[in-house]
Design a protein around this ligand. Structure first.
Ligand code: HAM
Length: 416
């Protein structure tokens, strides 16, 4: 049997209904915040991620689905959305548009990670990116958008963790302190972190190896090594979150797994979903545009893992079955039913009839199973008399109705 690739999913209507509900909800919230949808390619030049996400990250070093195209260039299936959006802004010259630029996306991402509950190789994200503001008010806005989505989806037991990781003016000093600290425990570091010691010591703080994690606990913290501007940015962000009534915890262990972040980083953590508990992550990334060849444009954003959220989302109750199921007996009734069902569907109602050739008993059982609100049995007698008995499936009540204007009558009854 041919099987789907490891870490991917087949989603049938029981799940896609939930996915659609999440997608509709995030669109609605993004709308309220004035964010418009952006769509970019599923694959980009490998350089977009190698330079944007950063060459020393796990994503770039270990997880990218990269391929050489038939005519030569190297492409990569997007492991995340931010770098592609940055590339699109540069390529389409959006610098002249009214600032801030506010975009959102719902995309599939691909990472060659070890699959486990909540961690997949193909997964879906809702992301937002806000460009053109250095103010912590922008950071607070994207955080409040994520918070609004989480509340709207009624996801419980979620905590917001925030941190600050400095900027290019304070980071060199901080990097120096990290290098000094980790060099003293060089022998214990994993081979990847050993190579990161010189190139990007902050990445060691994000290593998944238990030993590196333990060593990292005693490392100097970015928050204690901020320049005055970064300290002021973080102070104001905290004040704005308080003004928004959004509670947060300062978590100095958050450095994020992608290199582009400057100053603010944050994660929303849900206690109900096991080890992969980060449902949303983001932050400020003021240097990304230059990193991939554009002009300076400060930005911040986040992405929320839709696939990871699935187990926590409960669909609101709604009528799912058809308004009417017509059970025809005989060829004439079948022809008549097909026409009536079409009229109801054209009126915007969900209606069904037999398409399998079931017995009457089996049809009634099926109508019950799919949750039909009303059923109507039609045979030659009913067609001749122009009248039939409509059964209300919820209370078993019966009502004689005229077949003339059947669709209009059902539509009126169903609304009540
Ligand atoms: P990220 O933290 O790599 O950030 O991913 C964001 C969210 O995507 C995670 O919090 C998680 O819910 C979900 N996610 C990540 N990897 C997987 C996986 N293998 N399986 C299932 N879900 C996963 C970013 O992607 C940044 N681009 C976010 C951002 C936007 N920062 C600024 N703007």
């Amino acid at each position: 049997m041919i099987q789907k690739p490891k870490g991917t999913g087949d989603f049938f209507p029981d799940i896609t209904e939930k996915l659609q509900y999440i997608e509709n909800t995030v669109r609605k919230v993004a709308d309220r915040f004035g964010f418009g949808e952006i769509r970019t390619p599923t694959f980009e030049s490998t350089e977009v991620f190698a330079r944007g996400v950063g060459g020393t990250t796990d994503v770039v070093q270990k997880e990218m689905y990269t391929f050489i195209d038939r005519d030569g260039p190297s492409f990569t299936l997007r492991p995340e959305g931010t770098a592609g959006v940055a590339r699109a802004i540069i390529e389409n010259g959006k610098y002249g548009d009214a600032m801030p630029l506010k975009y959102y996306y719902i995309i599939n991402c691909f990472r060659h990670e070890k699959p486990q509950a909540g961690r997949f190789r193909e997964f879906s994200q809702f992301g937002v990116e806000m460009y053109g503001s250095t103010s912590p008010a922008a950071d607070a806005t994207v955080i409040s958008l994520a918070d609004a989505v989480i509340r709207e989806l009624k996801i419980e037991n979620v905590r917001l963790h925030i941190n600050t990781i400095g900027c290019p003016s304070c980071r060199p000093t901080y990097h120096g302190k990290l290098k000094e600290y980790f060099s003293s425990r060089k022998e214990e570091l994993c081979p990847t972190c050993l190579s990161r010691l010189e190139s990007n010591p902050m990445r060691i703080l994000d290593c998944k190896s238990p030993i590196c994690k333990e060593i990292s606990k005693g490392a100097p913290k970015a928050i204690d090594n901020l320049c005055p501007d970064c300290a002021d940015h973080f102070k104001k962000l905290k004040q704005y979150l308080e003004a928004l009534n959004i509670s947060y915890t300062i978590d100095t262990s958050i450095v994020r797994g992608l290199d582009y972040y400057t100053r603010t980083v944050f994660e929303f953590i849900c206690d109900d979903i096991g080890a992969q508990s980060t449902i949303c992550g983001g932050g400020r990334y003021d240097g990304l545009m230059e990193e991939i060849g554009g002009n300076h444009l400060p930005a911040c954003g986040f992405a929320l893992g839709i696939t990871r959220l699935l187990p926590t989302v409960v669909l609101p109750e709604k009528a799912k079955g058809p308004a009417l199921y017509i059970a025809p007996m005989g060829e004439n009734a079948t022809k008549y039913s097909i026409g009536e069902i079409q009229k109801l569907r054209n009126m915007g109602l969900y209606a069904e009839t037999d398409t399998v050739g079931r017995s009457l008993k089996a049809q009634m059982k099926y109508a019950d199973k799919i949750g039909a609100a009303f059923t109507l049995v039609l045979g030659d007698n009913e067609l001749q008399s122009g009248k039939a008995t409509l059964k209300n499936m919820s209370d078993g009540g019966a009502l004689e109705i005229s077949l003339c204007d059947l669709a209009e009558n059902i539509s009126k009854l169903y609304k009540r």
